[in-house]
Design a protein around this ligand. Structure first.
Ligand code: AMP
Length: 635
C-alpha cells in the first residue's frame, strides 16, 4: 500500500481502517463499535471496549521481553561535574515500580476517576506516577515543572486533584530549582485542597513536610515494596488524563483524552510515523509536562515495546555532545526533538556531535514550532539521516501532518511538515466563511469531523467551551479549527504560517498572551498592558510586554524604569514561571487601540518585527504607534 491508498482508506472507511489499527493493542474485552459519531463533535472510539494504557505500555511486554530496558532515566543535573547519572529499568522493574506507586496512591485514598496532579522534574518517579494512575484508572494531570504558583493553582482548582505528586526540587544547569515552596504557595492560593501530597525527596534542597497532608515517597514505597496491583480495565472512552494548554483567555483549557482511542493512535503512529520496533530505543528530548512527553516519552514508545530515554538536563551540559553520547550508548534508532534545541546545538562546535557513533539513528523528528530550512538542512547534514518535521497540537495528541515513513518513503519538502496523517481530514479554509481555499491560497488549517482516535474528547468539565472554542469558528459546525494559518501547495504538501489567535510559541512552549497580561496586571503600578509574540532567531518567538504604569511621574529616571521592568518580569516569574517571562518590558503611556477599545495587537507585533503595521483606519490615537516604535527602536 502506498501513502495515498493508506490515507484514502483512513478517511473513506474509518471503521475498517481503525478497526485494523486497533489490533495493535491489547483489549481485555472487545469493543462493539469502532466509531460512534452520532453526537459530533463528542465522538467515541471503540465503544464498549475495555483496555488499559499501563497494561499496554508495561505488563504486555513483561512476558516477552521482561528483562529488556523499558525506562532509561538519565540526569546530567545531579552529579556535581554534570556527567550523566543513569538508571535503567527493565519492563519487569518498571512494572514493579508502577505497582508500588499504584499501591501508594490507593493507600492515600485514590480511586478510579480521581484526579492526581503530577508536578515533577524529569525523574523516573514521574513516569511511575503517570503509569500508576493509568493502571488504577485515576486521571493524571501533569503540570510542567517550569510553571509557578499561580499557574499551578489555576490547574489545581480546575482539576480538583485528590492527590498531588511532586518533589523537593528540579535542577537546571546544576542548580536546584525548589518545587516544594511553589507547590505550598499554589495550594494556599487554590480554593480546592488536595487530601495528600506525595513528595519524592531528592535531597537537593531542605523540605518541610506539612503533617497529615504531606507524605514521603521513599517511606511509603518501602511499605508497598511487594505490592501487586491488578490493572483496572477501563472503558475505551473513560478519561486517561487532562493536560492544560494555553488559549486566548487567561484560563488554560484542560485537554481531556480517552483511553482506547489514545492507545490505538499511539500504537499506530509509532508504527507508521516513527517506525519504532520492540527492543529498540526511542529518545524524545521533551518534558513530561508537554504533550510530546505524554505521547512520545512515556506512552508511545512503551506501547510499541521500545525503551524510552527520559532526560533531565540541558542539551549542552556537560557539553553539546551529551545527546549524541546517549544515542551512541543506547543505540537510539528514532529521536524526537524541537527546532529551538537544534538551533541551540548549531551554535556549538560540531565536533561535539561528530565524536560519537550515530550509526543506530535512522531518523530525527522535530515538532512543536515551525522548522526553518537552515536548521533542518544543517542537522540533516550533520546526522546524515532524514529530518522529519511533524505538526500537531496538545489537542490532537499525535501528528496531524508528517510523512508516514512506515508506509512509504514519501519525500519531505523543506519548510513543510508534510501530508495529513491517517484520519485527519485537513482543509485550508477561508477564516470568515469556512469555504475551502485553492492551492497556495492562505487560510486557516481546519480538520473535518470526526477527528481520528487519540484527539481530545472535550475540555475537562466544560463541554460548551470545547464546542465554542474549537467547533464554532466557521458556519460549518463539522470543522475543527487548529487556529493556525496555512497553505497547501499543488502537490498536497502543507505549510504552517503561524497562529491566528493570541497564542505564542516560545521555544516550542505554547503560551497565551492573555495569561501573561493578566499576571502583569496584578502588579500594583500597572495600569494597562499588552503582550505580543515577536520573532526571535533562536526561540522562534519571545514575549514582549508594553506597560502603561499608573504612576508615570515616578518612572522618569532610567533607573526607576529599569527597576519597574525587573519587577514586572519578577511578577511573571513568581506567578507563571520563568518560561512565560517577557524578554523585554517597555514602558509607554498609550497603547494602540481601535475606537471601540480593542487592542491592535497585530500592529504592535508588526512594529516589533520591523514590518508594516497594516490597516490602521480604525485606530483611536496614532500617537500610540509612534510610542511603540520609539520604545522598540531604543531596544
Ligand atoms: P502545542 O499544543 O503546545 O503542541 O502547540 C501547538 C502549536 O504549535 C500548533 O498549533 C502550531 O502553532 C505549533 N506547531 C506545532 N508543530 C509545528 C510544526 N511542525 N510547524 C509549525 N508549527 C507547529
Amino acid at each position: 500500500m502506498n501513502y495515498q491508498q493508506f490515507y484514502k482508506k483512513s478517511v473513506d472507511n474509518p471503521q475498517e481502517f481503525w478497526g485494523e489499527e486497533a489490533r495493535r493493542i491489547h483489549w481485555h474485552a472487545p469493543y462493539t463499535r469502532v466509531l460512534d459519531d452520532s453526537n459530533t463533535p463528542f465522538n467515541k472510539w471503540f465503544v464498549g471496549g475495555q483496555t488499559n494504557l499501563c497494561y499496554n505500555a508495561v505488563d504486555r511486554w513483561v512476558e516477552s521481553q521482561g528483562d529488556s530496558p523499558a525506562l532509561i532515566a538519565v540526569s546530567t543535573e545531579t552529579a556535581a561535574d554534570g556527567l550523566p547519572v543513569e538508571k535503567i529499568y527493565s519492563f519487569r522493574e518498571l512494572q514493579a515500580e508502577v505497582e508500588r506507586a499504584a499501591a501508594m496512591m490507593q493507600a492515600l485514598g485514590v480511586v478510579r476517576g480521581d484526579r492526581v496532579l503530577v508536578y515533577m522534574p524529569m525523574i523516573a518517579e514521574a513516569t511511575f506516577a503517570m503509569l500508576a494512575c493509568a493502571r488504577i484508572g485515576a486521571v493524571h494531570s501533569v503540570v510542567f515543572g517550569g510553571f509557578a504558583a499561580n499557574s499551578l493553582a489555576t490547574r489545581i482548582d480546575d482539576a480538583k486533584p485528590k492527590l498531588i505528586v511532586s518533589a523537593d526540587a528540579g535542577s537546571r544547569a546544576g542548580r536546584p530549582v525548589p518545587y516544594k515552596p511553589l507547590l505550598d504557595e499554589a495550594i494556599r492560593l487554590a480554593t480546592h485542597k488536595p487530601e495528600h501530597v506525595l513528595l519524592v525527596n531528592r535531597q537537593l534542597v531542605p523540605m518541610q513536610l506539612t503533617p497529615g497532608r504531606d507524605v514521603d515517597y521513599g517511606t511509603l514505597r518501602e511499605q508497598h515494596i511487594n505490592a501487586r496491583v491488578p490493572v483496572t480495565w477501563l472503558e475505551s472512552n473513560d478519561i486517561s488524563y487532562i493536560l492544560y494548554t494555553s488559549g486566548t483567555t487567561g484560563k488554560p483549557k484542560g485537554v481531556q483524552r480517552d483511553v482506547g482511542g489514545y492507545a490505538v493512535a499511539l500504537a499506530s503512529s509509532m508504527q507508521h510515523v516513527y517506525c519504532g520496533k520492540p527492543g529498540e530505543t526511542f529518545f524524545a528530548t521533551s518534558d513530561i509536562g508537554w504533550v510530546v512527553g505524554h505521547s512520545y516519552i512515556v506512552y508511545g514508545p512503551l506501547i510499541a515495546g521500545m525503551a524510552t530515554i527520559m532526560y533531565e538536563g540541558l542539551p549542552i551540559r556537560p557539553d553539546a555532545g551529551i545527546w549524541w553520547n546517549l544515542v551512541e550508548k543506547y543505540r537510539v534508532t528514532r529521536m524526537f526533538s524541537a527546532p529551538t534545541a537544534i538551533r541551540v546545538l548549531r551554535k556549538q562546535p560540531p565536533e561535539f556531535m561528530r565524536q560519537y557513533d550515530l550509526s543506530s539513528l535512522q531518523a530525527l523528528y522535530l515538532a512543536g514550532e515551525p522548522l526553518d530550512e537552515t536548521t533542518s538542512a544543517w542537522i540533516a547534514g550533520e546526522l546524515g539521516v532524514p529530518v522529519i518535521d511533524n505538526y500537531w497540537q496538545t489537542e490532537t495528541g499525535w501528528p496531524i501532518l508528517s510523512v508516514a515513513k512506515g508506509i512509504e518513503d514519501t519525500p519531505t519538502r523543506l519548510g513543510s511538515p508534510g501530508l495529513p496523517m491517517p484520519g485527519f481530514k485537513v482543509k485550508i479554509v477561508n477564516e470568515l466563511n469556512g469555504q475551502a481555499c485553492g492551492a497556495n491560497e492562505k487560510g486557516v488549517v481546519a480538520i473535518e469531523a470526526p477527528l481520528p482516535p487519540g484527539c481530545m474528547q472535550t475540555v475537562f468539565g466544560d463541554d460548551k467551551r470545547f464546542v465554542d472554542t474549537y467547533w464554532s469558528n466557521f458556519s460549518n459546525e463539522q470543522l475543527y479549527s487548529t487556529f493556525d494559518w496555512g497553505i497547501r501547495d499543488s502537490d498536497g504538501y502543507y505549510f504552517i504560517l503561524g497562529r491566528t489567535d493570541d497564542v505564542i510559541n516560545v521555544a516550542g512552549h505554547r503560551l497565551g498572551t492573555r495569561e501573561i497580561e493578566e499576571s502583569i496586571s496584578s502588579h500594583p503600578n500597572v495600569s494597562e498592558v499588552a503582550v505580543v509574540g515577536v520573532e526571535d532567531k533562536l526561540k522562534g518567538q519571545v514575549a514582549v510586554a508594553f506597560v502603561i504604569p499608573k504612576d508615570a511621574a515616578a518612572m522618569e529616571t532610567t533607573e526607576s524604569r529599569r527597576l519597574m521592568e525587573m519587577e514586572v518580569m519578577g511578577v511573571v516569574d513568581r506567578q507563571l514561571g520563568a518560561v512565560a517571562r517577557p524578554s523585554r518590558v517597555h514602558l509607554v503611556s498609550l497603547l494602540p487601540k481601535t475606537r471601540s477599545g480593542k487592542l491592535l495587537r497585530r500592529a504592535v507585533q508588526a512594529i516589533c518585527e520591523g514590518r508594516d503595521a497594516g490597516d490602521l483606519t480604525t485606530i483611536e490615537d496614532p500617537a500610540s504607534l509612534a510610542q511603540i516604535r520609539e520604545a522598540v527602536a531604543k531596544g
